[in-house]
Write a protein of this length. Sequence first.
Length: 451
Amino acid sequence: MPWFMVALVLVVAAAGLLRWRRPAWYWLTFGVTLASLRVLVRYGSVMDACGLTVSPSRWRLTLARMTNRPAPESRPPRILRLRPTRTGLVLRLKLRPGQDAFDIAAASDRLRHSFSMYGVTSRELRSGVVELRMTGYDVLKRVQMPTQTDTRPMRVPVALREDGAVHHRDYRAIPHALTLGATESGKSVYQRNLVAGLAPMNVALVGIDCKQGVELFPLARRFSALADNPDTAADLLDALVTHMEDVYQLIRAEQRITADVSDAEIAADIWSLPADLRPTPIVVLVDEVAELALYATKEEEKRRDRIITALARLAQLGRAAGIYLEICGQRFGSELGKGITMLRAQLTGRTAHRVNDETSANMAFGDIAPDAVLAAIQIPADMRGVAIAGDSTGGWHRIRAPHTSLRQAVNTCNRHADLTPDLPALAPFRPVLGIAKPVPTAAVESAPAAA
């Protein structure tokens, strides 16, 4: 008996230590079993306390009276499946007649407290079926991406959602996106994860970094074209527009609209073309869009109008030609001049890191998901990398990208430098790489200098 008590004390101490220092390990060893039992044992009483039960039907009451039995109790939603995951539990429920998915969503916070879980979110799978995703610990405090992710062409896992699911940047579903965030909010780390995820894919990367290239030029070995000032950016965007028009001519030539070709084989974008004829898709990353829109002289104003017009054309017409925009900035409002709001309307995906004011959050979500505005301005300053991701459907999630240093991103790009496509239309803007010269003072690690 003393040995049993000693072993029990050691197990409890180990569980407490794991829960404090390694919550993910604690969940996989102890938490998932305890949480599953807690949910199953408390389920009926919790649903009744949260008002998620329905009264018995009339025929059941009538049958009870006819057989002189006690009146049947109210019934909660039926459990279809309880599935443990690496971060929590997934509970699938079948709603009773008269219940609505909104009732479950409204009671999410009460369910979180009742089941002693860290977070509970709900979504409707189909009519009458709701899925509850419950997390056992704060998955955003220390982001650990799963080793196996569902990777497809033009679909990059970039962050972890607060419900434990992986947040993907799917360019074929959401062609263009806007990323906002104040200084030191984690916007650059999100961009590095995006570039590192795209590096192993068959895609051309085009960068516009008007901060003299300090963010994107270290990754130059994987970029097909780079611009570090507004003048070069204007010429580069014009070249992209010309390339887009050439791709449309190719699609027209290979459209296959004769009578003997079925409708499913008619080409309307590059993904409908045969693989041997399909042009390489292009992802355009703009590091700080405000630097392209600000001007001080008449000449700079003409250049600015030229840049915004080219970006708007690419946003409106580029998807079918395989050109996708990824625009980053600290603000993206009408104060940047004409054409900005039209460009913003074409950017379906929205991601907002910590912002300095409510107006900046409204620039990202005010026109698509007003509920996300409050969540964006509540991101604490000490949680760099936490962001709100939404799209034009009105849905949004809290996400956080894993910390990726510039050296890690550079190593990934250098490892896949042989995959960098050489596009003739963008050849004048291909970064020329040289050998870094030694300096007399100690220097931080960096990629080979770009000439």
